[in-house]
Design a protein around this ligand. Structure first.
Ligand SMILES: Cc1cc2nc3c(=O)[nH]c(=O)nc-3n(C[C@H](O)[C@H](O)[C@H](O)COP(=O)(O)OP(=O)(O)OC[C@H]3O[C@@H](n4cnc5c(N)ncnc54)[C@H](O)[C@@H]3O)c2cc1C
Length: 332
């Protein structure tokens, strides 16, 4: 995972060179991810995590304690005790990145607003993709249908162990003077609320560990109280948000929802399905943006024979082989 993430950060930082086109701005904003706690019992885990990050090649990872923490991030509530931080972490515009990759993809053809309705196979494997606009003959298909990867897999006869779970986020429009506009992406490790500045305001959300599995639906409902719950949780360690909330009007709040996709070890699946010749996979993401360029490259390298799939720890067959392990994460 670190290998994919680090390679992806490099690629995002050098986006114009990677896609071979000048002048595309994907708005890479490297203000860091700050995982913060006021629970002393969590501090050893934070310290251990930073040592592990440094050991796997993330030299900028820091473990920050009380005085230093408040000096560097004065917007935090006084009870904040410690945090992990890495300045190179950040966010970007996924729209520009997606279109940038497409524009840089040379002769590749893109069929917009075209729905895959079936994947046809014969005795040698995949033979065609059926769409609502016609059929494409091919011996190679990559299933990268996001939350719909399970549905698309079934079209080819593959029953994958994927779970889809709704995740919501709230955009709050505000020009409140107390908003720390250059703050990092800040996560409360006690109540799982998080926020970051966004053009014209901020984004905030919380990860509900009890959110049930949901179908890969075309339309996902949002909870009317999600923004209020997120503001309440985030305000605990980021008290400026209470002041922002005091002056909010309904039209300043927008809640949207998408889906995370989970595999049995919470890591994505990359490479050939093994069971159906020519049917490759690049799916099972909850962290899909931050891994996307390196994962896409890996899929291509395996499909083109430049990388041996047995060297690929994210191969699909790991579930059959029992060669997988669910690691620990701060956000459950
Ligand atoms: C609220 C929220 C916040 C998130 N925040 C982050 C974050 O901060 N960082 C991060 O890394 N990730 C984040 N994610 C996760 C990230 O959005 C996903 O992991 C990522 O989009 C997965 O990329 P993907 O290409 O696999 O799937 P998608 O981006 O979902 O793309 C799949 C594509 O397949 C198309 N498709 C599906 N079925 C068909 C069909 N039958 N025919 C034709 N096309 C089809 C879809 O239209 C879609 O365009 C967040 C997700 C949510 C919901």
């Amino acid at each position: 995972m670190a290998d994919l993430a680090l390679t992806s950060v490099d690629m995002f930082e050098n986006f114009n060179d990677v896609v071979g086109l000048p002048g595309i701005d994907i708005h890479v904003t490297q203000r860091g991810y700050l995982f913060v706690t006021d629970d002393a019992a969590q501090l050893p885990a934070l310290k251990k995590a930073v040592a592990q990050y440094q050991a796997i090649g993330i030299p900028g990872a820091e473990y920050i304690r009380t005085d230093d923490l408040h000096k560097r991030f004065p917007f935090l509530a006084p009870q904040a005790l410690g945090a992990t931080f890495n300045m190179r972490d950040g966010w970007l515009s996924t729209h520009e990145a997606t279109y940038g990759f497409a524009k840089g993809a040379g002769d590749a053809a893109f069929f917009m607003k075209t729905h895959v309705t079936d994947i046809q196979t014969d005795s040698q494997g995949v033979i065609a993709v059926k769409t609502d606009k016609g059929t494409i003959s091919t011996r190679l298909v990559v299933n990268c249908a996001g939350p719909f990867a399970g549905v698309t897999g079934k079209m080819a006869g593959l029953d994958m162990p994927l779970r889809t779970v709704r995740r919501q986020k709230a955009y709050i429009k505000t020009d409140h003077p107390d908003l720390p506009a250059s703050a990092p992406f800040t996560v409360d490790l006690v109540n799982h609320g998080y926020w970051r500045p966004e053009a014209g305001g901020l984004l905030c959300a919380w990860v509900d560990p009890d959110e049930p599995e949901s179908p890969s639906a075309d339309e996902l409902p949002t909870d009317w109280d999600f923004a209020a719950e997120s503001i309440y949780r985030v305000s605990r360690l980021n008290p400026f948000l209470e002041k922002v909330a005091d002056n909010l009007k309904a039209e300043d709040v927008n809640v949207s929802a998408g889906q995370y996709v989970y595999t049995p070890d919470d890591k994505p699946v990359i490479g050939p399905s093994g069971e159906i010749e020519g049917f490759h996979l690049n799916c099972g993401y909850w962290c899909g943006v931050m891994m996307s360029p390196a994962a896409g490259k890996r899929v291509a390298e395996i499909a083109n024979g430049k990388m041996d799939n047995t060297d690929n720890p994210l191969r699909y067959s790991r579930f059959r082989e029992g060669d997988f392990e669910k690691g620990d994460t701060f956000l459950k």
